[in-house]
Design a binder for this molecule. Structure first.
Ligand SMILES: Nc1ncnc2c1ncn2[C@@H]1O[C@H](COP(=O)(O)OP(=O)(O)OP(=O)(O)O)[C@@H](O)[C@H]1O
Length: 605
C-alpha cells in the first residue's frame, strides 16, 4: 500500500532546494503584509494619531543617521520606502527564487520518476503483463506522473506559503487586538477542519473513480489491439454499449458524488468565510469606536483579516485539487512497489562486454517440476539431455507444457523442483542478462519495433556489420523479402511504416535471432501461422542451421520437426516419448497418432 510518505518521497532528492524555495515563497507572502501595515501607519500620521513603537524606533534611528528632525515628511518617506521595498524591489527576485525552483524541482522529479517507471516496466515479471494490459499500465503511469508534476508547484509554491501568510496575519493582528486574533484563529481552524473532513470523503470517491477510469482505459486499449476481432465478429455495438455503461458509471461518481460534493463544500466555506469577515469587521469597528485601537489599526486589521479570509478559498481549492489527484499518485507508487521479477537483479545494468558467456549448448533438464500456481503443477519431473549442436523438437498436445519448458530455460520463472544446467552449470548461478544473451528465441508473433528493417535486425546486437546482416538475411530467406521492399533494408516498418506479413516477420525474427549468434536457438511455434510457401522457406532456413548450434523447436506441425535429431513428446506436463521421427513412428505411441492425424486426417485410437 502506498502512502502520503511515498508521494513526498517522490521529491526527496531535491529536498534542500525544496526547503529553500518554500521558505523563500513563504517570506515573500509574509513581507507582503507590510503594505497594509504601512498604509495603516500612514493613516495614523495623516490623522495625527500615535504610531506603533517599532515604527517610531525606526524613524528615530533614520533621523539620527541622517541628522534630520523627526517630522511628517521623514515619517511618510520611510513608510513609503518600506512599501517600495516590499513591492517594487521584490518583484524581479520573486519569480527566480520561487517559481523557477518549484517547477525545476517538479520537472527534475518527473524525469527521475519516468525513468523509475520505465525501469519497473522492464523488470516486472511476465505474469504482470498477463494480468494488466498496456492501456491500464500506461494510463496509471501517465496520470501518476503528470499529477505529481502539477501538484508540486501548487503545494510548495502556493499552499504552504499561503498557510504561512495566514499565520503571519494572525501574529500581526495579535499585536494589535488579541480578541480579534483569537476569533480569527478559531474560525480558521473550524473552516479548515470542516474542509479537510469533507475532503476525506471526496478522496474515497476519487479513488473509486480512478479505478473505474483504469477499467475503461484498459478495455479501450483492448478494443484497439483486438480491433480486427471486434470487426470480424461485428461486436461494435456491444463494445460501445459496454464502454457507455462504464462511462456512465464514471459520470455518476464524478458528477453526483465528486462534483456536487465540491460545490456543497464550496457553498459552506463561502458562507462561513463571509460570516467571519463580517464579525471581524463588527468587532474591529467596536474596538475603534471604544478607543482600544487607532483608525490606522482599524484599517490594517480589517484589511489583513479580509486578506486572510480571501486566502482560505484558494487554500481549500488547492486542497481539493490535491484530493482529486492523490489517488492516482498513490496508484502510481503502488505500481512502482510491484515486486520485480526474481531474476531482475542487475538486469538494467549495461553488460560487461569483456566477459560474455560462451556455451557449447549442452542443456540438461534435471528432475524439473513447475507450476504457475502453488498447487497446480504443469511440468512433472522432466529429465532431458540436449547435446551440443543437437536439434531437439518439443511436440505434444496444446497445454502439454512445451512453452513453459522454454520459459524456464529462459529463466522467466524458477522451477519448483529440479534444475537446468547449461554446460554443466546451474543457470540460476549465472548472470541472467549474460546468460540470456547466449540464447535467442523466435516467437510465433515476431515483435517489430518502429524503425527500419535494418534497425530491427540489429536490435539484439547493434554492432553487427552490414555483411553479417546480409548473411543472416540470406540464411533466414529474408533477402527475398528485402528485394521487394521499397527501400530495402532502409524501409521503415512497424508503427508508421510498411506492414510486414506474418511470414515476412517470421523471417525477420529468425535473421534477428541469428545475428546475436546464440549458443541455443529456440523456435516457439515459429511456423504454425504460416502459409505453405512461407513455412517451407522457414523450414529450409531451419535446416541450414541444423548442426551449427543447439536448436530447440516447438511445433504443432510435425512436418517442421521431422528432421530433428531428437523429438520429445510431452503430455500433461510429462515426457512420454523421446526418439527420432522414424523411431517414434515405429513406437506407435502418441507421436504416431498425431502424425497419422496430420498426414491423413485419420484419428487413430
Ligand atoms: N501465465 C500462466 N499462468 C498460469 N497458467 C499458465 C500460464 N501459462 C500457461 N499456463 C498453463 O500451463 C499449462 C501449459 O501451458 P503451455 O503454454 O506451456 O503449453 P503448450 O504445450 O506450450 O501449449 P500450446 O501448444 O497450446 O502453446 C497450460 O495448462 C496453461 O493453461
Amino acid at each position: 500500500m502506498a502512502t502520503l510518505k511515498d508521494v513526498i518521497g517522490y521529491f526527496r532528492p531535491y529536498w534542500k532546494f525544496s526547503v529553500f524555495s518554500i521558505a523563500a515563497s513563504s517570506v515573500y507572502e509574509v513581507i507582503d503584509l507590510v503594505v497594509p501595515y504601512a498604509i495603516g501607519q500612514i493613516l495614523n500620521v495623516l490623522s495625527n494619531q500615535p504610531l506603533d513603537k517599532p515604527v517610531t524606533g525606526l524613524i528615530t534611528y533614520f533621523a539620527n543617521l541622517t541628522n534630520s528632525p523627526v517630522d511628517k515628511p521623514l515619517t511618510l518617506g520611510i513608510l513609503l520606502g518600506m512599501i517600495f521595498v516590499v513591492t517594487v524591489v521584490r518583484a524581479p527576485t520573486q519569480p527566480w527564487l520561487t517559481i523557477w525552483f518549484h517547477w525545476d524541482i517538479a520537472l527534475r522529479a518527473r524525469r527521475d520518476q519516468s525513468e523509475n517507471a520505465i525501469s519497473k516496466i522492464l523488470t516486472l515479471p511476465l505474469e504482470y503483463y498477463d494480468e494488466n494490459n498496456p492501456g491500464r499500465i500506461a494510463g496509471r503511469v501517465a496520470r501518476g506522473i503528470s499529477n505529481h508534476t502539477w501538484t508540486y508547484p501548487e503545494i510548495a509554491g502556493q499552499m504552504i506559503p499561503k498557510l504561512v501568510r495566514v499565520l503571519g496575519i494572525f501574529v500581526f493582528i495579535l499585536f494589535v487586538e488579541w480578541r480579534i486574533a483569537v476569533l480569527y484563529l478559531i474560525s480558521f481552524v473550524v473552516i479548515l477542519g470542516y474542509t479537510l473532513k469533507d475532503l476525506r470523503r471526496l478522496i474515497w470517491h476519487e479513488e473509486r473513480l480512478d479505478k473505474y477510469m483504469e477499467d475503461t482505459e484498459s478495455r479501450t486499449s483492448e478494443i484497439i489491439s483486438n480491433i480486427k476481432t471486434v470487426k470480424a465478429f461485428a461486436t461494435e455495438p456491444e463494445e460501445l454499449k459496454r464502454q457507455k455503461t462504464r462511462l456512465n458509471r464514471e459520470f455518476r461518481v464524478v458528477d453526483d458524488r465528486i462534483h456536487k460534493g465540491y460545490v456543497v463544500l464550496s457553498t459552506a466555506q463561502r458562507t462561513m468565510i463571509q460570516f467571519c469577515v463580517f464579525v471581524v469587521f463588527g468587532m474591529t469597528l467596536a474596538a475603534t469606536v471604544g478607543g482600544q485601537i487607532s483608525l490606522g489599526h482599524f484599517l490594517m486589521v480589517y484589511t489583513l483579516a479580509s486578506m486572510a479570509y480571501a486566502e482560505l478559498e484558494p487554500i481549500s481549492n488547492l486542497a481539493e485539487v490535491f484530493a482529486r489527484r492523490i489517488s492516482s499518485m498513490l496508484r502510481f507508487h503502488e505500481f512502482l512497489q510491484e515486486p520485480s521479477s526474481v531474476d531482475s537483479n542487475g538486469i538494467l545494468e549495461a553488460p560487461t562486454s569483456n566477459t560474455p558467456y560462451s556455451f557449447t549448448g549442452k542443456v540438461e533438464l534435471c528432475g524439473l517440476s513447475f507450476g504457475y500456481e502453488e498447487n497446480r503443477r504443469v511440468l512433472h519431473d522432466i529429465n532431458l539431455l540436449i547435446k551440443p549442436y543437437e536439434t531437439v523438437a518439443l511436440v505434444g498436445r496444446s497445454g502439454s507444457g512445451k512453452s513453459t519448458l522454454v520459459k524456464l530455460l529462459l529463466r522467466y520463472f524458477e522451477p519448483n523442483e529440479g534444475k537446468i544446467l547449461i554446460d554443466g552449470e546451474d543457470i540460476r548461478s549465472l548472470d541472467v542478462s549474460k546468460y540470456r544473451r547466449r540464447l535467442a528465441i523466435v516467437h510465433q508473433e515476431v515483435d517489430v519495433f518502429n524503425g527500419t528493417v535494418l534497425d530491427n535486425l540489429r536490435y539484439g546486437r547493434p554492432e553487427v556489420t552490414f555483411e553479417q546482416v546480409e548473411e543472416a538475411s540470406r540464411i533466414a530467406r529474408l533477402d527475398e523479402v528485402i528485394k521487394v521492399l521499397p527501400n530495402g533494408y532502409y524501409t521503415v516498418v512497424g508503427e508508421r511504416g510498411v506492414r510486414l506479413s506474418g511470414g515476412q516477420r517470421q523471417r525477420l525474427g529468425i535473421a534477428r535471432a541469428l545475428l546475436v549468434e546464440p549458443d541455443v536457438l529456440i523456435f516457439d511455434e515459429a511456423t504454425s501461422s504460416l502459409d505453405y510457401e512461407s513455412e517451407r522457406a522457414i523450414q529450409l532456413a531451419m535446416r541450414s542451421l541444423q548442426g551449427t548450434r543447439t536448436t530447440i523447436v516447438i511445433a504443432h506441425r510435425l512436418s517442421t520437426v521431422r528432421e530433428a535429431d531428437k523429438i520429445v513428446v510431452l503430455d500433461q506436463g510429462k515426457i512420454i516419448e523421446v526418439g527420432s521421427h522414424e523411431e517414434l513412428l515405429r513406437h506407435g505411441g502418441i507421436y504416431h497418432r498425431l502424425h497419422a492425424l496430420q498426414e491423413t486426417g485419420e484419428l487413430l485410437t
